[in-house]
Design a protein around this ligand. Structure first.
Ligand code: FEO
Ligand code: CA
Ligand code: CA
Ligand code: CA
Length: 588
C-alpha cells in the first residue's frame, strides 16, 4: 500500500555503450536468437519468403512488416503464444523500384495491406533456457490478421450512423485494423492492440474538424490504397475512417474468433492500452494518444473481473467510464520557461484528476452524445480542459508498487511559453517519463499525484534529470516510446528517435524507479541502423526479453540499404529474444 518502501533489486549488468552498429548489441553474458522475420511462414503450409516473387496471397500467410508491440501468453511451461503488431509498411524497403503509391503495382499495394495487422505464432522453449524458438508442432493457434480481416465493432457506439457504410449498413463489421502500434494483455488472456495513425491511409477527407483533428484532409493518401479498395477514398465513403482508431481485443485461444474493436475505449491515435485491476476488482485501462499536445486517457469498467469466467470477462471492455487527464503543477507557473530547469521545490510534480467524458449510457460533454464522445473523442476531450501532453505513448503499471508510468516521446512544437510543470521543456527534443500515483493506489481513483522522474537527453546536458541520480553514471536516452516492467519493478524503456536526436541507434534501457538507485539508467540493448526498439516484453519468469526492431534501414531503399539486419542481405523487421546464458534473471 501507499507509504510502504519498495526497494527493487537493481539491474547489475554492464551497460551497452551507445553506437551506430548495424546489429543488435546486448550485454556480456547474454545471447540472442531471431525468432521470426518479415515474410517467414506463420500459417501452416505458408510458402517460404521470396523477395522477388512476393504475392499478397503469400503475405497473408506470412509474418507481416514493422513489428511493434509484442505480447506473450504461456500455454504451459515450455509452450507459449507470441502476439506481434504489424504497425505499417516501408514500401521502399519491400519492393524493388518502388517510388510512390500512385505508380505502384496494384499487387504491391495488396501485399502491403496484407503485411499490416498482427500475427500470433506458437513458440517453444529451447532446452529449458530463456531462449524461445518457433514451434515445429501443429501450430493450430497461428494466425494472421491484416488490413482486410473481418472485425466486430462492439460497445456503445457500435451500429451508430457515423459507423455505417455502403458495405456495412449495420455499422458493426469492419474490414481490418490499421497502424497497430503498442498494446497490452488482459488478466483473462486476451491481447489488446492499438490502432494509432490510421489517418494516413485515407484520402480526400471532407472538410471539418471531425477529420482535421485526426490529421485527415484533402488530397490522396500517399499509399493510394483506394486504387485497389475504394473505401479508402473518403469522398466516396466518408464514414469509413470512423471505423478505425480503436483498441482491438483479440482472443488468441480461439483462432476463429472475430477481433473486437472496443468503442467504449474511445477513438484516438491509440498508442496502447495497459490494464490494472481496481481495488474493487474492476478493470482500468490506461491509454495514450500519440500526437503533440494530445491527451492521456483511462477507461474503468462497470463490471468486475471474474477469474476463470472468460465469457464474462470478454464483456468487460464494453461498459464503464472513459476519462481524460488534467494535470496541475504545484510550483508557480512562472518557474517554467521551457529550459527544463528544476523548480525551486526541486521536483516536477503536482496533482491530477481524471475527468469523466462519458459512461456507456451518459455523456458528460455538452453537445456530444455517448456515441459522439466515443467516435470523436479528441473533439470531446478538447472541451473539458484536459492537459496537452508531449506525445503520450505507452503506459505501464509497476507490478510491485502499482504506480503507473507514461512515456512522453518528445514535442518539437512546444514553444518555451507553452512549457508547464508536467511538460517542462519547450521545445522538448528528447521527451520525459511521467509517474502517476493514483489516490489510495487504486486504479479506479479519479484523483492522482504525479511527478516527472526522468527528463531525457544527454546526461551531460543541464536540461536532463535522472530522479536526482548521479548523472555521470547513467546512459543517454531520447524519445522514450514503449514501456515494460520486470518482476522486480525495474522500468524498461525502448526508444524511437535516438538517431535523429542524439546521433546513436535506438535502444532498450532499464532503470530502477524505487529506492536509492532510482534514476540509474543503463542500456540493455541497441538495435540496428534505422530501427526503433519496439516490443519490449519480459516473461513472467524474468528469464527472457522479447525485442522487436522495427523499420531497420529506415531512410534507405532496397537498392541502397542502410541496414542489412538480420541476415546481411536486406533489412527485415523481426522479433528476437535475449536471455542470460547462465540462466540468470534478465538485467542481472
Ligand atoms: Fe507508433 Fe506512437 O508510436
Ligand atoms: Ca514542483
Ligand atoms: Ca510507439
Ligand atoms: Ca508496454
Amino acid at each position: 500500500g501507499p507509504g510502504r518502501p519498495h526497494p527493487a533489486p537493481r539491474p547489475t549488468f554492464t551497460s551497452v555503450q551507445p553506437n551506430t552498429d548495424d546489429k543488435v548489441t546486448i550485454p556480456r553474458g547474454y545471447d540472442q536468437h531471431v525468432i521470426i522475420r518479415w515474410g517467414d511462414p506463420v500459417l501452416p503450409g505458408a510458402p517460404e519468403f521470396d523477395l522477388d516473387a512476393q504475392t499478397a496471397q503469400a503475405q497473408e500467410q506470412q509474418f507481416g512488416y514493422n513489428c511493434d508491440y509484442v505480447g506473450f501468453q504461456l500455454l504451459d511451461d515450455d509452450n507459449g503464444l507470441l502476439w506481434v503488431n504489424h504497425e505499417y509498411t516501408n514500401e521502399e524497403l519491400m519492393f524493388p523500384g518502388y517510388t510512390d503509391g500512385a505508380s505502384a503495382d496494384e499487387e504491391h499495394i495488396r501485399i502491403a495491406m496484407a503485411a499490416h495487422g498482427g500475427s500470433i505464432v506458437e513458440l517453444k522453449r529451447h532446452n529449458g533456457t530463456g531462449e524461445w524458438r518457433l514451434s515445429d508442432g501443429e501450430r493450430a493457434f497461428n494466425r494472421r490478421l491484416t488490413a482486410t480481416t473481418p472485425m466486430r465493432l462492439t460497445g456503445p457506439a457500435a451500429g451508430h450512423e457515423l459507423l455505417r457504410t455502403q458495405d456495412d449498413p449495420d455499422g458493426t463489421l469492419v474490414k481490418g485494423m490499421l497502424n497497430n502500434c503498442a498494446g497490452g494483455m488482459t488478466p483473462w488472456g486476451t491481447f489488446l492492440t492499438a490502432e494509432e495513425n490510421f489517418n494516413q491511409y485515407f484520402g480526400n477527407a471532407p472538410a471539418g474538424a471531425e477529420y482535421a483533428r485526426y490529421g485527415m484532409g484533402a488530397g490522396n493518401a500517399s499509399r493510394r490504397w483506394d486504387r485497389v479498395d475504394e473505401r479508402f477514398d473518403l469522398a466516396r465513403h466518408p464514414n469509413e475512417a470512423n471505423r478505425f482508431g480503436y483498441i482491438v481485443e483479440v482472443d488468441p485461444l480461439d483462432p476463429a474468433s472475430e477481433p473486437l474493436k472496443r468503442t467504449m475505449l474511445g477513438r484516438i491515435k491509440h498508442e496502447g492500452a495497459t490494464i490494472r485491476l481496481t481495488d474493487d476488482g474492476r478493470v482500468a485501462a490506461y491509454m495514450g494518444d500519440d500526437e503533440r499536445f494530445d491527451y492521456m486517457y483511462k477507461f474503468v469498467s462497470a463490471k468486475k473481473y471474474v477469474e476463470g469466467s472468460r465469457r464474462h470477462n470478454l464483456t468487460l471492455l464494453d461498459t464503464g467510464t472513459l476519462y481524460v487527464a488534467r494535470l496541475t503543477g504545484n510550483s508557480p507557473s512562472e518557474e517554467f520557461d521551457g529550459s527544463g530547469a528544476l523548480p525551486e521545490d526541486g521536483e516536477f510534480d503536482g496533482s491530477g484528476e481524471w475527468i469523466a467524458l462519458c459512461t456507456d449510457t451518459e455523456s458528460f460533454v455538452d453537445g456530444f452524445s455517448v456515441a459522439e464522445v466515443l467516435i470523436r473523442t479528441r473533439l470531446a476531450a478538447d472541451t473539458v480542459g484536459a492537459t496537452k501532453m508531449d506525445r503520450p505513448e505507452d503506459f505501464e503499471p509497476s507490478p510491485v508498487t502499482g504506480k503507473v508510468y507514461c512515456a512522453l516521446t518528445n514535442n518539437s512544437a512546444r514553444e518555451p511559453g507553452q512549457a508547464d510543470e508536467p511538460n517542462p521543456r519547450g521545445p522538448n527534443k528528447h521527451g520525459h517519463i511521467l509517474e502517476i500515483v493514483e489516490s489510495g493506489s487504486d486504479a479506479g481513483a479519479t484523483e492522482f499525484a504525479w511527478n516527472v522522474p526522468i527528463v531525457c537527453g544527454d546526461p551531460e546536458d543541464d536540461d536532463t534529470y535522472y530522479a536526482g541520480f548521479d548523472k555521470s553514471k547513467v546512459m543517454p536516452i531520447s524519445a522514450p516510446d514503449n514501456l515494460t516492467f520486470d518482476k522486480d519493478g525495474n522500468l524498461w524503456i525502448s526508444t524511437d528517435g535516438q538517431p535523429g536526436a542524439l546521433g546513436i541507434n535506438d535502444a532498450l534501457h532499464v532503470v530502477p524507479v524505487e529506492g536509492r538507485f532510482r534514476g540509474e539508467l543503463r542500456t540493455f540493448a541497441t538495435v540496428p541502423v534505422g530501427a526503433e526498439a519496439c516490443g519490449p516484453l519480459i516473461t513472467e519468469d524474468n528469464k527472457t526479453v522479447f525485442l522487436a526492431p522495427q523499420h531497420p534501414g529506415d531512410g534507405g531503399t532496397l537498392a541502397e540499404p542502410t541496414s542489412t539486419w538480420p541476415d546481411g542481405d536486406f533489412p527485415r523487421p523481426s522479433v528476437l529474444c535475449v536471455w542470460h546464458t547462465s540462466g540468470r534473471d534478465v538485467g542481472k
